[in-house]
Design a protein around this ligand. Sequence first.
Ligand code: SF4
Length: 427
Amino acid sequence: MNKKLTLNETLDKIRQISGIKNDFYSEISEIFKNTPFNKELNFLKESTDILLKNQKEDFLSHLFESAEMLDALLDICVLSFSVENTKLGNDVITFSLPAGWTCPWANTCLKKVERYRVVDPNKVNTSKVSKRTGLDVPYKGDVVVHKGKNSQFDCFAANQEMQYDTVRENRWHNFDLLLAAGTYMDQADLIMKSLTFFFDNEGFRTDVRIHESGDFYSGEYLKAWMEVAKKMPENKFYAYTKSLPLVQKYQNELKDIPNLSITLSEGGRKDSELGNIDIKQAKVFNTPEDLLAAGLILDLDDNLAKEKGGKDKNFGLLIHGTQEAGEKQQLKLRNETFMAYWKYRKYLNRQLGLPTETRMSTEQADAALAHIDDILTNQEKYMKAKGIKRIDKTHFEYIKKLLRYVKKYNVYDFDDNLINILQDKYK
Ligand code: SF4
């Protein structure tokens, strides 16, 4: 059987056969880097051979006749979306742009990560041991971050970009394509074609969250999404934004688009004008007690963000995600416990065969944890007793995580009154 060659091995082989200059191959290698082609070695070799014979027309037709090329071109030319899977159903498609760079009105949350790593010549050819995996990681440049001068909250989206190069690449790829697209109609066309491509490949989903990261950075861009919503009535689009001046400018048109819901979020440079516009707002609180005092409802599952409305639909959020060490970090842990407890309480009870309204005690949670540990250590016995062929370990681990939240919730001893900040379905 032929050994499958890596891209570099294949290019080396071609180089040996043809005796061609190194530059040419490094060019080819660079062009196809990060595309599905670095896996399509025969295709690369054939294309290179034709090109080396200087048969440009044959080369082009080979390129365009290739299904792989079409796939790759599509990948390069369409916007990228993600799916957010939720345990409680209702998967959401999310769209992202570079955090901070596309948020012209962000203020207390502002954080930007440089698109490319900055290489410190003194660190080249060094490596360091990863705290997480214990593996040696070669130095590939520093991730450079800029925080806004009024920053108070940590931008979760920027933190994702700090952690993963691919996340940054995808978001900049989206931004590049939109900037290159042209008018708002051209941008809308690009978004619609990209969404359709995504649905064809990943399956249709109704809900689309515009900007898990980023914001409406221009009027033309906001108009593009308005156009998309009008032309895709079977989808429900929703977005949080701090781009208040743009929303203000198009508020009448926005009100007439039933499947596009905008939520203004606090923390922007135009917060003082929030009172002048009848579009719903989300306010972030440090604690559930503060949220209760403000008389608002907590959005546990994005459903209040999806709902279209004016000020009468204002709602609250609790700080969570990554926060710097200190008081905010403590509050975040407390808030996350509160949110996880109430969001998954009924689901957890159903999984354990308890009445859905049960408020589990620490003893009950401990007993359930011990029972799951017993199943996981005696899997064969459990499978035989249940007549099943495999155990879904991930699911059991997830249930254990929820049970640990129950225990933490009981330690925090939250006031029963806080039930009043929940949406009815979670009470
Ligand atoms: S608006 Fe959102 S994405 Fe932009 S900096 Fe603020 S939190 Fe981050």
